[in-house]
Design a protein around this ligand. Structure first.
Ligand code: GDP
Ligand code: MN
Length: 371
C-alpha cells in the first residue's frame, strides 16, 4: 500500500523529522485558509500516489492566499497522470540551499534492507543511479543490528561534513519508520537543507500489505486505490499501473513478468499490465483490454497469451470485440490451446499475430516510439 504524501509526512513528523508547516485542503477555501494562517507564500501539492508530480504540474507555488485559492480551484478535480486530484497538501514554500536524497528499501537478492543516500536529491533516484552512480551511496543494514555508527559513516561519506550528524539522525528516524511500519520503501526526496537544517519536503512510504496488525496502521488502509486497479480486482483480474507507453495484457503472473522484462530489454516502457488469469473467456479478455486502454496512457497494446486452460479462440474473440473501433496499434502473441482457431478469428479481423514473445516485444517497442 502506497501512502499519500500527507500521510507519510505525518508519520515522519511523529518520528521527529522536521516537515514544512501546513495542512491538507479538500476545497479551494480550505487552501486559502491554510495560506492565510501561514501568512507567506505556499506550495500546493496534489495528493496522488505517483512520483514526478513536479514535472507533471502537480506542484504549484502561490504567493498569496487568493492565488492559493485560485490554483486550488484549478488543481482540485483535475487528473494527474490519470489519477483524480481530490486533495492538496498546502505547505509553506521553503528555499532550500540543497536537496538531498535519503531512502530505505529492501534488497531482495541480499534479503536485507538497504539505506540509500545521495547529495543530489530532488530528481528520481533511478536517474541519479544512471547518470552519476558515484553520487549514490548504498549500505546494507542487517535488520537486527540497525543503522549503526560505522554504517552511517559509510553511507554519509558523500555528504557535506557539517551536515553529517543531522543526516545520520534523519537516517535513524527513517529507519525507525521503516521498521515500525513494515515498509517496502521509505523515502524522503528531497530532504531539503534550509538554513543549515534538514526538512523533509516529500514523503513516500510503501507499506507491506501483509504487515502484522498494530495500532500504527489504524486509519491507513483507506488510502486511495487506483480506480482501474479496483475495477480489475472487482472483475477478478490484477492490474498495475506503471509510467510508460505500452499496455500489456497477459495470462499468469510469470508470463506477464517475463513480458515486462522483454519490453524493458527491448528499450520500451510499460504503461501498465493486466493479468487476466487462467481460463479467461472472451468477456473477461474484453474487459481487460478496456481497463488497459481506459485512461489513454497506453499508446500501444501488447497481448501475450499462452493458452493452456485458457483457449486461444476465446482470447481472440475477446480481443476482436474489445478492439473494434479502436485505432491503437496492437501486437499479439497467442499460442497454445486452439491456436489455429484463434489465429483464424484474428486474421478475419485483420490482426496478424507475431510468433514469439521476443518478436512481439521488439515490435511493440518500435510502435511505441513511432506514436
Ligand atoms: P514529486 O515530484 O512527486 O516527487 O514531488 P516533490 O514533493 O518531491 O516535489 C518536487 C519538487 O518540487 C522538489 O524537488 C522541490 O524542488 C520542489 N518543491 C517541493 N516543495 C517545495 C517547497 O516547499 N519549496 C520549494 N522551493 N520547492 C519545493
Ligand atoms: Mn519527491
Amino acid at each position: 500500500m502506497r501512502l499519500l504524501e500527507w500521510q507519510g509526512r505525518e508519520i515522519l513528523a511523529q518520528a521527529g523529522m522536521a516537515v514544512p508547516e501546513g495542512g491538507l485542503a479538500r476545497t479551494p477555501a480550505e487552501a486559502r485558509r491554510i495560506a492565510e494562517n501561514l501568512g507567506r507564500a505556499v506550495v500546493l501539492k496534489a495528493q496522488v500516489p505517483v512520483g514526478g508530480r513536479g514535472k507533471a504540474g502537480g506542484i504549484r507555488l502561490a504567493q498569496t492566499p487568493e492565488e492559493a485559492e485560485r490554483l486550488a480551484q484549478e488543481m482540485l478535480g483535475s487528473t494527474l497522470k490519470g489519477l483524480l486530484v481530490d486533495s492538496l497538501l498546502v505547505v509553506e514554500a521553503l528555499h532550500p540551499s540543497a536537496e538531498h536524497y535519503l531512502g530505505i528499501t529492501l534488497d531482495r537478492s541480499r534479503r536485507m534492507p538497504i539505506l540509500l543516500y545521495s547529495p543530489q536529491g530532488g530528481v528520481e533516484i533511478e536517474e541519479v543511479a544512471r547518470r552519476s552512480p558515484e553520487l549514490l551511496s548504498r549500505v546494507h543494514v542487517p535488520p537486527l543490528e540497525g543503522p549503526t555508527g560505522f554504517r552511517l559513516r559509510r553511507l554519509l561519506s558523500l555528504a557535506p561534513a557539517p551536515l553529517r550528524p543531522a543526516l545520520a539522525d534523519a537516517a535513524k528516524k527513517l529507519w525507525h519508520v521503516f521498521t515500525a511500519y513494515e515498509c517496502h520503501l521509505a523515502e524522503i526526496n528531497p530532504l531539503a537543507e534550509v538554513e543549515g537544517k534538514l526538512v523533509a519536503l516529500d514523503a513516500k512510504l510503501i507499506l507491506d500489505d501483509d504487515h502484522t496488525p498494530g495500532p500504527q496502521f489504524a486509519g491507513l488502509s483507506e488510502a486511495v486505490v487506483d480506480p482501474l486497479e479496483a475495477e480489475a480486482k472487482a472483475a477478478g483480474m490484477s492490474y498495475v499501473r506503471l509510467d510508460g507507453e505500452i499496455g500489456i495484457l497477459g495470462n499468469g503472473a510469470g508470463l506477464v513478468m517475463a513480458t515486462l522484462d522483454l519490453v524493458a530489454q527491448a528499450g520500451g516502457r510499460p504503461a501498465n499490465f493486466l493479468d487476466i488469469g487462467g481460463g479467461a473467456r472472451a468477456e473477461r479478455v474484453k474487459k481487460g483490454v478496456e481497463i488497459i486502454l481506459k485512461d489513454g496512457r497506453a499508446k500501444v497494446l501488447f497481448v501475450n497469451v499462452f493458452g493452456g486452460i485458457t483457449r486461444c479462440d476465446e482470447v481472440a474473440r475477446g480481443l476482436v470485440e474489445a478492439l473494434r473501433g479502436q485505432n491503437i496499434p496492437v501486437v499479439i502473441r497467442l499460442v497454445g490451446t486452439n491456436e489455429e482457431e484463434g489465429r483464424r478469428i484474428l486474421a478475419e479481423a485483420g490482426f496478424v499475430p507475431v510468433r514469439t514473445m521476443e518478436e512481439g516485444a521488439a515490435r511493440a517497442v518500435e510502435l511505441s516510439k513511432g506514436v
